[in-house]
Write a protein that binds this ligand. Structure first.
Ligand SMILES: Nc1nc2c(c(=O)[nH]1)N[C@H]1C(S)=C(S)[C@@H](COP(=O)(O)OP(=O)(O)OC[C@H]3O[C@@H](n4cnc5c(=O)[nH]c(N)nc54)[C@H](O)[C@@H]3O)O[C@H]1N2
Ligand SMILES: Nc1nc2c(c(=O)[nH]1)N[C@H]1C(S)=C(S)[C@@H](COP(=O)(O)OP(=O)(O)OC[C@H]3O[C@@H](n4cnc5c(=O)[nH]c(N)nc54)[C@H](O)[C@@H]3O)O[C@H]1N2
Ligand code: SF4
Ligand SMILES: [Mo]
Length: 867
C-alpha cells in the first residue's frame, strides 16, 4: 500500500480534494483531502463511494470499428480520413464535435484547438450548453466577461444565503454542509426558492415554492422593494455600473408586493419575509443553478439576480456575491478554454482582433471567425443532413439532450459517428461507427476548475486498462493524422497546460480576468506537484469590470407572461437529479451503496393531481409529452406544487425499459444562450394498467428485458430489477432465470409465482411475481452474499423464519440505516437533533449526505407529535 495520492473527485463542480490510497490492482480507499480549500476533508456519498466504481466492469477497452475490435492505428486513421474527406467535399462546417464538462482542461483545450483553430469551424459545442450557458450569457451581459465573482469563502462570511433553483443538499452536498456550518457557527440565514420542497429546504428559514418560471418577477420585485427601502447603493452605481435610461421604469412595473406574490403564487407574508431578510443582511450570497439556467428565459433570470446584486453593491465584497454554481467537475475549465460554440478561446469571443490574436498564437490561417452551432441546433443540423461527421466525447446525448428520441434519429442518420467513452455500452455508443476507449477517472492526469475558479489536479492512480488512452492523446493523434503534426506535438498533459496558460496571457493587457500566465513555463515536476490554486482572487473588488468602459451593466429584464396550460397537456414536467446517482449512471450505477438511496425512477405528483387520474402510491404512471412517453413509479406527495410533476434524469435504455426522462423534454431554448428549458415541459399523466409486477434479484446482470417496464440498479453482489407487465409473465420468467437448481412455488389462481435458482448451494437469482404485493427486497438481496445460508422455505417465503424488524428504505448509505429504524429511534429516545440521531445510530456521521433527510424526519416527527 503506497502513500495517499492527492486528486480531485470525479463528479460535481464543488471539486472536492481527495486523498486516494491504492490498495490493489483496481482498488482504492478514498478519504477527503483535509488541505483542499473546496472541502477541507469533507466528501459526500458519491465521492465517498468512488472506490466502488473503479472496477473494469462494463469498460470499453479496445477501439472498435462497426462493432468489431480494431487497432488504434486503424481507428485513428479512419476518423482522420472521414473527417478530412467530409471537410474536403462539404466544407469545415459539415463536421462537429460534441464534448463535455467531464473532460479535463487539457483534453478540452486540444479539442477546441483542433476544431476552431485548424478544421476552421466553431462547430464544437458541449453539454455545458445544457447546463450553464445561460449563466455564461448572463455574466457576459452584466460583467463583459464570464466570471463567477464568488468563492466558497464567501459562504463562511455571509449572513444570508439565497438558493435559487438549486437542490444543493443533493447536488452540491459539500457546499450545502458548508452552508449548514455557517448557520450553526454564525447564525447565517437560509432562503430556498424552488417550486418543489426539496431536502435542501429541510433546515431553511424560509422556502418560497414559487410558480415555475417566475424568478424574474421575484427578483424584479425585490429590486423594486430595495429602491423603495433606499437600499440601492447609488455611490456604487455611479462609480461602477451603467444603468440604461429606461431601466427603473421597466423593472419597476408590477413591482408591488401583492402583485409579485400573485405572479409567483406565494403568500405575501413569506415574500415580505424574504425582502426583509434581504434588506437586513448586506452580506448576501445568491447561489443558483438549473432551476434558473434551464429555462426558456434562463439568461434573463440570471440577469435579474445579477441586477439585484449590482444595484445594492453586493458584489466583490466579503460574503456578498451572486454565485452561479457549476455542475460538472470541469464545467468551469471548459469555459476557460472556450469550448462552447459561442466562444473562441481563453475567454475571448469572435471579435476580429481576437480571431487574429488566436490565429497568431496557434500559427493558423484558418481560425473560425464566427460562432458555431449550439447543441440543439447542432443535432438538428445532423438530422437535416448538413452535418455529416460527428465526434462525441464524454457525454451521452442520446439520454441527456432534450427530445432525445429525435437526437437518436439524428445519430442514426448521421453518416459517421465517433464516440469516445470509457464505458462500452452506452445509449449513445449504440449509434457509433467508431468507438474509442478513453481513460476514466483515476487513470487520467490533468487539471479541472471548480465552481469557485480553483484549478486542481486530477492524478493517475491506476495503469491504463486494456488499450484505453487519455482523451487529449486521442484528439491530438487525430489532429496529426489530419496533417497538423507540429501543431499537435504534445507528449504529456503539462505541455498542453503550459500552452493554455500562455494563451490566457497572450496579448492580454488586463482586458480579460482569466489570466494564468504565471503558469506559462511551469516545469513538469511543478505541474505534477501542483496544489489547488484559485485564479482571479477577488473579482470586481476594485469596482472595475472587464467591459470597454470598465463598468458593469444593469440589464432590463421583464417577466414573460406564462402560457396557460393546454387542455391536452395540463401538467408541467420538471426534471432533475437524485442524491446518489450521476447523470446517465454509467459510473454511479456501478456502486451498490449508491444504488440503495433510490432504487427506481419515480414520478413525484401531488395527491390532488393523482386522484382524478386514478393514480395511487406505488402505481405505474405513464408520463407523456408531445415528444414522447415514459413510465415511472408514482409517489404522491405535497412537496410538489399542484400541476407539476418531477422525474429523475438518470435511467437510460441501458438501465431500463420505459423509465427514461430524456425522451420527454421539448427542444426549445433560451434565445440568448441556446440552453434548453428542461424544467418545464407541458405533459400529461395517466395510470398504467398492469397484470403483474415482479422483481428479480440476480448475481449476473440480465440483458435487455422485453417487458412493459423494467428498471435496474446495482446491489451488493448483483442486481435488482423491478418489473411490471401485461399478459402472462411465464415466458419472460423463463428467459430471466439462469440455469441451476430451481426452487419454485406457483399459485396460478392467485397469480403468484416465486422462483429461486441455486448453484452449489448459493443463491444466484430469485424472481417474485404477483398481482398484488411482493416481499421486501432487502433480505433477498442479502442472500446473494456467499455467507448467507437461507433454507429453501425461507427463499420461497422471501423472508427469514424469524424475521428481523423492517428497516424501511435506506437513508444513510454509509451505515445502512433505514427510515423506519430512524423514526422508531427518534420516537423511543425522544431525539431532537441530527447529532443525537448520529449518536444513537451513527446515521449521518460519515459523509453527511443524509443529514438533510434526517432533519426532515425530525421535523415530520415533531409535527406529528405536536400537531
Ligand atoms: N447527485 C447528483 N449531483 C449532481 C449531478 C447529478 O447528476 N447527481 N449533476 C451535476 C450537474 S452537471 C449539475 S448541472 C448540477 C445541478 O444541480 P441543481 O441545479 O441543484 O439540480 P436539479 O435537480 O437539476 O435542479 C434544481 C432545482 O431547480 C428547481 N426548479 C425547477 N424549475 C424552477 C423554477 O422555475 N425556478 C426555480 N427557482 N427553481 C426551479 C427544481 O425543482 C430542482 O429542485 O448538479 C451536479 N451535481
Ligand atoms: N431532462 C433533463 N436533461 C438534462 C438535464 C436536466 O436537468 N434535465 N441536465 C443537463 C445537464 S446540466 C447536464 S451536465 C447533462 C449531463 O448529461 P451527460 O453529459 O450526457 O451525462 P453523463 O452520464 O455524465 O455522460 C458522460 C459520459 O462520459 C463518459 N465518461 C466519463 N469520464 C470520461 C472521460 O474521461 N472521457 C470520456 N471520453 N468519457 C468519459 C461516461 O461514461 C458517460 O457515458 O444532462 C443534461 N440533460
Ligand atoms: S460534493 Fe460530492 S460529488 Fe461533489 S465534488 Fe464533493 S465529493 Fe464529489
Ligand atoms: Mo450540468
Amino acid at each position: 500500500m503506497g502513500a495517499a495520492i492527492r486528486t480531485t473527485c470525479a463528479y460535481c463542480g464543488v471539486g472536492c480534494g481527495i486523498a486516494a490510497t491504492v490498495t490493489g490492482e483496481r482498488s482504492v480507499t478514498i478519504a477527503g483531502d483535509t488541505e483542499h480549500p473546496a472541502n477541507h476533508g469533507r466528501l459526500c456519498s458519491k465521492g465517498t463511494h468512488l472506490g466502488e466504481t473503479t472496477s473494469l466492469e462494463g469498460r470499453l477497452l479496445h477501439p472498435e470499428i462497426n462493432g468489431r475490435r480494431a487497432s488504434w492505428d486503424k481507428a485513428l486513421d479512419l476518423v482522420a480520413k472521414r473527417f478530412r474527406d467530409t471537410i474536403a467535399r462539404y466544407g469545415p462546417n459539415s463536421v462537429a464535435f460534441y464534448v463535455s464538462g467531464q473532460l479535463l482542461t487539457e483534453d478540452y483545450y486540444v479539442a477546441n484547438k483542433l476544431m476552431k483553430g485548424f478544421i476552421g469551424s466553431a462547430n464544437i459545442d458541449t453539454n455545458s450548453r445544457l447546463c450553464m450557458s445561460s449563466a455564461v450569457a448572463g455574466h457576459q451581459r452584466a460583467f463583459g466577461e464570464d466570471v463567477v465573482p464568488a468563492s466558497y469563502d464567501d459562504l463562511d462570511e455571509t449572513d444570508l444565503v439565497v438558493l435559487v433553483g438549486s437542490n444543493t443538499a443533493w447536488c452540491h452536498p459539500v457546499v450545502y454542509q458548508r452552508i449548514m456550518a455557517a448557520r450553526a457557527e454564525r447564525g447565517a440565514k437560509l432562503v430556498v426558492i424552488d417550486p418543489r420542497r426539496t431536502e435542501t429546504c429541510a433546515d431553511a428559514d424560509l422556502h418560497l415554492a414559487i410558480r415555475p418560471g417566475t424568478d424574474v418577477a421575484l427578483f424584479n420585485g425585490l429590486l423594486a422593494h430595495c429602491r423603495t427601502e433606499r437600499l440601492i447603493d447609488e455611490t456604487y452605481l455611479s462609480r461602477s455600473v451603467d444603468v440604461p435610461d429606461d431601466f427603473w421604469g421597466k423593472v419597476g412595473e408590477g413591482g408591488d408586493l401583492w402583485s409579485v406574490a400573485r405572479t409567483c403564487d406565494v403568500p405575501p407574508a413569506d415574500l415580505r419575509r424574504f425582502f426583509d431578510l434581504f434588506a437586513a443582511n448586506p452580506r448576501t450570497v445568491t447561489m443558483f443553478s438549473q432551476g434558473v439556467n434551464q429555462s426558456l428565459r434562463g439568461t434573463d433570470q440570471v440577469n435579474a439576480i445579477l441586477n439585484v446584486h449590482l444595484a445594492t453593491g453586493r458584489i466583490g465584497k466579503p460574503g456578498a456575491a451572486p454565485f452561479s454554481i457549476t455542475g460538472q467537475p470541469n464545467a468551469m475549465g471548459g469555459r476557460e478554454v472556450g469550448g462552447l460554440a459561442s466562444t473562441l478561446a481563453a475567454h475571448m469571443d469572435f471579435a476580429p482582433e481576437n480571431v487574429a490574436r488566436v490565429a497568431r498564437f496557434w500559427g493558423s490561417d484558418r481560425v473560425a471567425s464566427k460562432p458555431g452551432l449550439k447543441a440543439v441546433d447542432l443535432f438538428r443540423s445532423i438530422a437535416e443532413g448538413r452535418i455529416k461527421a460527428l465526434w462525441v466525447m464524454a457525454t451521452n446525448p442520446a439520454v441527456s439532450m432534450p427530445d432525445a428520441g429525435a437526437v437518436r434519429d439524428a445519430l442514426a442518420a448521421c453518416p459517421f459517428v465517433v464516440v469516445s467513452d470509457c464505458i462500452s455500452d452506452t445509449d449513445t455508443g449504440r449509434f457509433a461507427h467508431v468507438k474509442l476507449p478513453a481513460a476514466g477517472w483515476g487513470e487520467k492526469d490533468g487539471t479541472v476548475t471548480n465552481s469557485e475558479r480553483t484549478i486542481s489536479r486530477q492524478r493517475r492512480l491506476f495503469d491504463l486498462p486494456g488499450e484505453a488512452k487519455p482523451d487529449w492523446w486521442i484528439i491530438k493523434e487525430v489532429g496529426r493524422r489530419m496533417g497538423w503534426v507540429g501543431e499537435f506535438a504534445y507528449s504529456r498533459p503539462a505541455d498542453i497546460y503550459r500552452e493554455h496558460a500562455r494563451l490566457s496571457t497572450y496579448g492580454n493587457d488586463g482586458a480579460r480576468l482569466f489570466d494564468i500566465g504565471h503558469h506559462s513555463a511551469i516545469g513538469n515536476a511543478d505541474y505534477d506537484a501542483m496544489g489547488p490554486l484559485r485564479w482571479g482572487e477577488k473579482p470586481f473588488a476594485d469596482g472595475r469590470f472587464p467591459t470597454p468602459n470598465g463598468r458593469a451593466r444593469l440589464v432590463p429584464v421583464m417577466q414573460m407572461t406564462l402560457a396557460a396550460p393546454l387542455a391536452k397537456w395540463p401538467l408541467t414536467l420538471n426534471t432533475g437529479r437524485y442524491r446518489d446517482q450521476w447523470h446517465s449512471m454509467t459510473r454511479t450505477g456501478l456502486s451498490p451503496k449508491l444504488g440503495t438511496h433510490r432504487r427506481e425512477p419515480l414520478v413525484e405528483i401531488h395527491p390532488e393531481d393523482a386522484a382524478p387520474r386514478g393514480i395511487g402510491e406505488g402505481d405505474l404512471a405513464r408520463i407523456s409529452t408531445p415528444q414522447g412517453e415514459s413510465v415511472f413509479r408514482a409517489t404522491l406527495n405535497t412537496d410538489q406544487r399542484r400541476g407539476e410533476i418531477f422525474t429523475p434524469i438518470h435511467w437510460t435504455d441501458r438501465q431500463s425499459t420505459g423509465g427514461r426522462t430524456g425522451l420527454l423534454p421539448r427542444p426549445l431554448v433560451d434565445p440568448h444562450s441556446g440552453q434548453p428549458g428542461f424544467k418545464s415541459t407541458p405533459a400529461a399523466a395517466c395510470r398504467v394498467e398492469i397484470a403483474w409486477r415482479a422483481f428479480l434479484v440476480s448475481r449476473e446482470e440480465p440483458g435487455s428485458i422485453d417487458a412493459l417496464w423494467a428498471t435496474r440498479v446495482r446491489v451488493a453482489n448483483g442486481w435488482l430489477v423491478e418489473l411490471a407487465g401485461e399478459g402472462d409473465p411465464a415466458r419472460l420468467i423463463r428467459q430471466l432465470l439462469p440455469h441451476g437448481e430451481r426452487i419454485e412455488a406457483i399459485d396460478a389462481v392467485r397469480g403468484q409465482s416465486r422462483h429461486a435458482v441455486v448453484v452449489d448451494g448459493r443463491l444466484v437469482a430469485a424472481l417474485y411475481c404477483s398481482r398484488g404485493d411482493l416481499p421486501s427486497r432487502d433480505w433477498l438481496i442479502a442472500q446473494l452474499d456467499d455467507a448467507a445460508a437461507a433454507s429453501a422455505i425461507e427463499l420461497l417465503a422471501g423472508r427469514p423464519a424469524r424475521p428481523a424488524p423492517d428497516r424501511g428504505p435506506i437513508v444513510c448509505v454509509c451505515f445502512d440505516v433505514g427510515l423506519k429504524t430512524i423514526l422508531a429511534t427518534i420516537a423511543e429516545q425522544r431525539l431532537t437533533s441530527v447529532e443525537a440521531v448520529g449518536g444513537a445510530l451513527s446515521a449521518g456521521t460519515n459523509c453527511g449526505s443524509c443529514r438533510p433527510a434526517i432533519q426532515r424526519l425530525l421535523a415530520d416527527h415533531k409535527e406529528a407529535v405536536h400537531g
